[in-house]
Ligand binder design. Structure first.
Ligand SMILES: Nc1ncnc2c1ncn2[C@@H]1O[C@H](COP(=O)(O)OP(=O)(O)OP(=O)(O)O)[C@@H](O)[C@H]1O
Ligand SMILES: Cc1cn([C@H]2C[C@H](O)[C@@H](COP(=O)(O)O)O2)c(=O)[nH]c1=O
Length: 209
């Protein structure tokens, strides 16, 4: 029986997920909340190793189904090793990306099919879905420009996809918003960072109270 709360943050490249997540965690910690911040793909050693394989810009021959399976494998290990134990201990787990990334990127943009990708992920997650997903919406051109200006951000294999791919990812997220309206909540990530932070914070408070 899980006692914690699982919240995920989603969105296209450069939407500000990581930046806002860092700020949210600091704010929630200062209020004395038991918070665990993590990310996908990664968050634990095995999944970070899989992340390196998936995002390596040299791996140009990676098959889309291999890509989808690797994300699902990293997700499984991360859930079992880190997320599930933290939820059992009553933590608020805030995760940068989760299953909706696979549905939008592999299912919709790579055209593997949202249902097909959901099905391999359902095997991986065994029903452990987030209570709330904050979707950071942004025009892909704006997000990619933000990333280009950030010298600390390493360019990965998916960043190198063309603009059409990134626009299709955003379309995929919009479909997911319609499919899961009770779980996914949209935030306009083109707003100034303080506005995005406040909106995300209020939605999280509403979910945990
Ligand atoms: N609301 C905002 N307005 C302007 N710049 C922002 C905003 N939010 C984040 N940024 C800047 O955009 C860049 C990308 O932000 P961040 O790394 O948090 O995005 P991300 O969604 O985690 O990206 P990715 O998923 O591609 O790693 C950073 O340089 C960050 O400072
Ligand atoms: C979990 C997950 C991620 N992706 C993509 C999305 C990004 O392009 C990268 C991860 O990089 P980030 O800087 O950590 O955001 O991977 C994906 O295609 N499918 C997934 O399931």
């Amino acid at each position: 029986m899980t006692r914690g709360i699982f919240i995920t943050i989603e969105g296209p490249e450069g939407a500000g997920k990581t930046t806002v997540l860092n700020m949210l965690v600091e704010k929630l910690h200062s209020e004395g909340k038991k918070v665990l911040q993590t990310r996908e793909p990664g968050g634990i050693e095995i999944a970070e190793q899989i992340r390196r394989v998936i995002l390596d810009t040299n791996n140009t021959t990676m098959d889309p189904r291999t890509e989808a399976l690797l994300y699902a494998a990293a997700r499984r290990q991360h859930l079992i090793e880190k997320v599930k134990p933290a939820l059992e201990e009553g933590y608020l787990v805030l995760c940068d990306r989760f299953i909706d990334s696979s549905l939008a990127y592999q299912g919709y943009a790579r055209k593997l099919g949202i249902e097909e990708v959901y099905s391999i992920n359902s095997f991986a997650i065994e029903g452990m879905m987030p209570q709330l997903t904050l979707y950071f919406d942004i025009e892909p051109e704006i997000g990619l420009n933000r990333i280009r200006k950030n010298d600390e951000r390493e360019v990965n294999r998916l960043d190198l996809e063309d603009i059409y791919f990134h626009q299709t990812v955003r379309e995929g997220y919009h479909l997911l918003l319609k499919k899961f309206p009770e779980r996914i909540s949209m935030i306009n990530a083109e707003n100034p960072i303080e506005v995005v932070l406040e909106e995300a914070y209020q939605k999280i408070r509403k979910c945990i109270e």
